[in-house]
Ligand binder design. Structure first.
Ligand code: ATP
Length: 463
């Protein structure tokens, strides 16, 4: 293993271990030995994830006048997937090793050998795809594998009861398009936004939460006139750039990969993949696609419904074209964890130095914004610190911790990325003030208790 690869895998091990130790992300069903590639967001992970989703909704739905929300079913009429093309096209090319029984994505195996895979025409296995990279066994020929999870609705397990777990949230925005325009007074152009789970029976899940079979997406379908698509594509590209900054990802770790015409999905005329330098390599974080009027036309054809928009002033009818920015929630959380992770040399109480691990989350995304840490468990301090914590809970997410030495408690808060720690000491009983420590600078300030809320509010403003 090269030095770089070793450092990268060490970084992932550190992150996975911190995520488990501190309650961000646990292996799912762990007491039963786990369940491959499934993960649970623990008490801190759910806060971080919800903060990301809230920030997204605030920015792109509440923060704009041209967006409405939707929360659609995961199970939809199976005709949706015939119309969208998922039944026919949502496949990955798969090969199996006849000896070790491992499965691989044929395109990934070819890409690893520097060969540009031609997904559309991959029927015959190329000669580079004959031998298993793990055990040297013989590989099967390439098969198309549909990624949708199939299930049965109701008690009969026959073809008439087949349904699919949605592989993306997007289709509901097209299927509900008519209901949305009939029930709301949207102007034009406008968008529909949705956050929700999607399911894909990935052949090669892995890299922690990067590729899983159950994941969450935040998607927007933005409806425009055909002649305006370039303008709005640029608009959304810019919005996505600003979003990435708000997550605290460094510009030099983010790449905008223009997909070549021959590699575009069947519905797209332009796609940009937004990629991030994950510790295991550069890979897709988000996507932005111009989907033309493909989806609305397909659903109009398959449902027999009129899915045109009528201009209220001119009565002109037309099928809108669509710009689709899409964000993976889990990949957002992973990228934020990667970007936030820092190891620094910090002085100890006895004048030595030690390594402090600090998660430098953007302040508004931190699972806890404030920690209240009374120096001792004695009742007289409790009388001050507990009402203070309760008052702060009305404005911030607060963690209360009165066990262990203050040094260890600071380290713990650094590891979970709490921006401000408040310590209440015996002097607080006299001066009605607390010490507030900044996570990043470790500087401490003495602040009067009745000024604490405003002091902290000012610190969070604009951050
Ligand atoms: P990939 O090429 O990595 O398989 P994709 O291009 O198929 O991804 P899209 O269909 O564009 O992905 O899905 C939109 C977003 O949903 C992705 O940018 C990603 O953030 C997220 N996503 C897609 N598949 C997964 C998965 N299996 N696990 C976690 N997140 C995913």
């Amino acid at each position: 293993m090269s030095k770089k690869a070793k450092a990268e895998s060490e970084m992932m091990l550190k992150l996975v271990s911190l995520a488990k130790r501190r309650g961000f992300i646990f292996p799912s069903s762990e007491i039963y030995g786990g369940f491959a590639n499934t993960w649970d967001y623990g008490p801190l992970g759910v806060e971080l994830k919800n903060n990301i989703k809230r920030m997204w909704w605030q920015r792109f739905v509440h923060g704009r006048g041209d967006m409405v929300g939707l929360d659609a079913s995961i199970l939809m009429n199976p005709k949706v997937w015939a119309a969208s093309g998922h039944l026919a096209n949502f496949t990955d090319p798969l090969v199996d090793c006849k000896k070790c029984k491992k499965r691989f994505r044929a395109d990934h195996l070819l890409a690893a050998q520097g060969i540009k895979p031609d997904l559309g025409t991959m029927k015959e296995s190329p000669k580079e795809l004959k031998i298993c990279p793990e055990c040297g066994g013989e590989l099967t020929s390439v098969r198309k594998f549909n990624l949708m999870f199939k299930t049965f609705v109701g008690p009969l397990e026959d073809e008439s009861a087949v349904a699919y777990l949605r592989p993306e949230t997007a289709q509901a925005m097209f299927v509900d398009f008519k209901n949305v325009i009939d029930s709301t007074r949207t102007g034009f152009p406008f968008g529909i936004a949705q956050v929700g789970k999607a399911f894909r029976n990935e052949i090669t899940p892995g890299n922690f939460t990067f590729r899983t079979r159950e994941f969450e997406q935040m998607e927007i379908e933005y409806f425009v006139r055909e002649q305006d698509w370039q303008k709005y594509f640029e608009h959304w590209l810019n919005e996505m750039k600003e979003w990435v900054e708000a997550l605290g990802l460094k510009a030099e770790d983010v790449f905008y990969h223009e997909i070549e015409a021959e590699d575009l999905a069947h519905y797209s005329k332009r796609t940009v993949d937004i990629e991030f330098n994950f510790p295991f390599g550069r890979d897709e974080l988000y996507g932005l696609a111009y989907r033309t009027d493909y989806d609305l036309n397909q659903h109009a054809k398959f449902s027999g419904q009129d899915l045109q928009y009528t201009d209220p002033e001119t009565n002109e009818k037309f099928v809108p074209h669509v710009i689709e920015p899409t964000w993976g929630v889990d990949r957002s959380v992973l990228a934020v964890l990667v970007a936030a992770y820092h190891e620094e040399a910090a002085p100890t109480a006895d004048g030595k130095t030690e390594t402090r691990i600090v998660m430098k989350f953007p302040k508004k995304l931190a699972p806890y914004q404030v920690a209240v840490l009374p120096l001792s468990k004695k009742d007289e301090l409790k009388e001050l610190s507990q009402p203070l914590a309760q008052a702060l809970r009305q404005h911030f997410s607060v963690h209360y911790d009165e066990t262990q030495s203050i040094g260890r408690r600071y380290r713990r808060q650094d590891e979970i990325g709490t921006p401000y720690c408040l310590t209440i000491d015996f002097e607080s009983l006299n001066d009605q003030a607390v010490t507030i420590r900044d996570r990043d600078t470790m500087k401490q300030e003495r602040v009067k208790i009745d000024e604490v809320v405003n002091y902290l509010k000012a610190k969070f403003d604009g951050n």
